[in-house]
Design a binder for this molecule. Sequence first.
Ligand SMILES: [Zn+2]
Length: 199
Amino acid sequence: MAERPTRQQAEEAVRTLIRWAGDDPSREGLRDTPARVTRAYEEFFAGYGQDPAEILKRTFSEVEGYDEMIVMSDIRFESHCEHHMVPIIGKAHVGYLPDKRVVGISKLARLVEVYARRLQVQEKMTVQIADTLQEILQPRGVAVVIEAAHQCMTTRGVHKPGVGLVTSRMVGAFRDDPSTRREFLAVLGRTGAGGLPNT
Ligand SMILES: [Zn+2]
């Protein structure tokens, strides 16, 4: 990975972009903008400094033989598309079929967050969440469905409001067993998952 620029260099880059947009970075309303933008970037892209394996490390192995599907639906996230660096806003639905071990439910949301807070392509993010969960937790299968609106499509270029993209990744039992996959999708249907957030 390339060496990280200093905060000062990052702020200077924002000033350049303001000039590129056609405005004057020294006018009063914009004077503190570079500092605000760099701070916002620290938040938007905090996922680079976080290790998903670390988040999933604490597991619970005594679940009284619970071996049914665990689904967390409607995990809202904000990400940024790596092509235009504008927001992707959506919801992730994550399910897995445990094999001896389970993780705290909040960990699934944090896993989504770690990958969302990076420059992303929705397809890639879907695969990263599913494959990381499979690799670390080693359940009998993982299912991830993501639905999101891409502001690069709604606010620029083709200007198509309300256009949403749905991606999914099925691993293990969710891929091999149609009844498991159906059960997962039925759970999403019952919880009313689906339908894009208003953006
Ligand atoms: Zn884009």
